[in-house]
Design a protein around this ligand. Structure first.
Ligand code: MEV
Length: 440
């Protein structure tokens, strides 16, 4: 059995690879070659990637694709998407083209409120804690002045702090519930630094406060951390067209397409099993743009799914209805994104992705990401209610299967042609590939 390793992080990258390949892989030399084959040939770029995290041994590639023709608020975008799932970029591009001919997407930011909390335990009289908090609230804000200085100059900063009594949930549990405007930054470091300062100030002020009795002056700070649940950092993206123009394919009349589309969304609204998959499809688009632009997709995922259950039951993030003769389809999602700071100025491909998007503000990026989510949902539902998902999926998957089988370029061309009108199931592809090989 492999022994635990001491001081792994202090080993050089080569030493880490040696240790890993010898202890955890069957063919250490092959492993070493493989890991090194993914290193960037430019040592500066490689160093940059090595230093993003600890114990880097290589880079993990995910394709970066482009979905062009997205008309958003009358501006044409080519959207960069980093994702490994074969059909996502193709689906986004198809949706963009469909809506380009119908006036494009419109998007509006409904709020940009970010949240952070100091969680604390206080066992004294609630009223006294409130009086004490009211008195020292200006001190809390003042104590973070050196952190907030630059953000305030640009029009952002701390927007409010309130004391919340949560003792009905947990004995002695209170919160400083703090709201922030972080402009074009995602703001995680800014918020966490402010919160840790509030916690220190609160604790030290309590120790000498005359508003609190001697035995009430001990406030136990449990933790200070931003919340990834940001229901007021919200964006809405929408499309609409006359019902008669909603013709998804030649074999289904537009009014039936609309009817099935509305019903598909309604099913996701009322049925959590379907809602989760429906929203997963939305996140195919959202995450791909979030990752390409160097944002934190785990934060976005957590916040979006919490929002999907905000009324007590997990439900669809998109909505559809017919009003008069118009079909409306829209999404509302919370997105805490940044276009400055973090990876945005470090990762060369993130910088490029932002340049391709015309260096958007955080608000503009929120709109673009929401549109990508809506487009993805539109594309998924369009397939589901017409041909079924497998036709498009398997076409895209064909290339993966052919690569797995080791098909040559010439063989790929023949087989892509062969499957143009046939269902490309795994077995069918293997059979066709073998037949082609044997015939050569
Ligand atoms: C697959 O990645 C996403 C879909 O399952 C989404 C959906 O069912 O709406 C196709």
């Amino acid at each position: 059995m492999t022994k635990p390793v001491e001081g792994f992080s202090k080993l050089s990258k080569e030493e880490k690879i040696d240790w890993l390949s010898v202890n955890y892989t069957r063919t250490p030399e092959t492993t070493q070659k493989l890991l090194k084959s993914y290193w960037n040939t430019d040592s500066d770029v490689q160093r940059l990637h090595d230093e993003f995290i600890e114990n880097t041994v290589t880079n993990y590639y995910v394709p970066l694709g482009i979905a062009p023709n997205f008309l958003i608020n009358d501006k044409l975008y080519a959207i960069p998407m980093a994702i490994e799932e074969s059909s996502v970029v193709a689906a986004a591009s198809k949706a963009a083209k469909f809506w380009l001919k119908r006036g494009g997407f419109s998007a509006t930011v409904l709020g940009t409120v970010k949240i952070g909390q100091v969680h604390l335990i206080y066992k004294g009289t609630p009223k006294k804690l409130q009086l004490f908090f009211d008195e020292i609230k200006p001190n809390l804000i003042q104590s973070a002045a050196s952190i907030t200085k630059n953000m305030s100059k640009r029009g952002g900063g701390i927007t409010d702090i309130i004391l919340k009594d949560k003792t009905d949930l947990l004995e002695g549990y209170y919160q400083l519930h703090c709201t922030f405007e972080t402009l074009d930054a995602m703001g995680a470091n800014f918020i966490n630094s402010c919160l840790e300062q509030f916690a220190k100030t609160l604790k030290s002020k309590a120790e000498t406060s005359t508003l609190l009795a001697q035995n009430e002056r001990h406030i136990e700070i449990i933790m200070s951390i931003l919340s990834n649940y940001v229901p007021d950092c919200l964006v809405r993206a929408e499309v609409c067209c006359p019902v008669e123009d909603f013709n998804l394919n030649d074999s289904m009349p537009a009014n039936l397409c609309v009817q099935k589309m509305v019903q598909a969304v309604e099913i996701a609204r009322v049925e959590p099993h379907r809602a989760v998959t429906h929203n997963k499809g939305i996140m195919n688009g959202v995450d791909a743009v979030v990752i390409a632009t160097g944002n934190d997709f785990r934060a976005v995922e957590a916040g979006v799914h919490a929002y999907a259950s905000k009324d007590g039951r997990y439900t669809s993030l998109t909505h559809a209805e017919v009003k008069g003769d118009q079909f409306h389809f829209w999404i509302e999602i919370p997105l805490a994104l940044g276009t400055v700071g973090g990876l945005t100025s470090l990762h060369p491909l993130v910088k490029l992705a932002l340049e391709i998007l015309d260096n958007p503000s955080a608000k503009d990026l929120m709109k673009i990401v929401a549109v990508a989510g809506l487009a993805q949902n539109f594309a998924a539902l369009s397939s589901l209610i017409t041909t079924g998902i497998q036709e498009g999926h398997m076409k895209m998957h064909l290339m993966n299967i052919l690569n797995q089988l080791g098909a040559t370029e010439a063989e790929k061309q023949v087989l892509v042609q062969h499957f143009k009108k046939k269902s490309a199931t795994h077995n069918a592809v293997v059979d066709a590939f073998e037949a082609l090989r044997n015939s050569q």
